[in-house]
Design a protein. Sequence first.
Length: 134
Amino acid sequence: MMSKLTISKVARRAGVGVETVRYYQRIGLITEPAKPAVGYRIYQERDITQLLFIQRAKTLGFSLSEIRNLLALGHDGCEGTQALASRKLLDIRERISDLEAIATTLETLINSCDSNRDQGECPLISAILTSDKP
């Protein structure tokens, strides 16, 4: 006989915490099973599958709102899924570009520290203090 899937067993099998399962229920990403008159709520294998889907989608950079959209589209929404994933890819590429610019700036500032050790003021701190960007 298969053991009943309580919230703790589902959370463990999906690799998340019990509070994560409860949070996903509160925001409507997964359905909360009905509470019996006596005992614990019993979950299904599909709940584990859905939790694993959410975790994998998060790993790909999707927000919980975007994951809600993916779940709503399901297997029949390939066109919508493709559009959502294409927007996510563009966003990720923009963030990569921004991070590369930040890395270049930091590298320049680090090198200015090496070449200005005897100036009395740290060029990196000075650059941060005088930056016009937050």
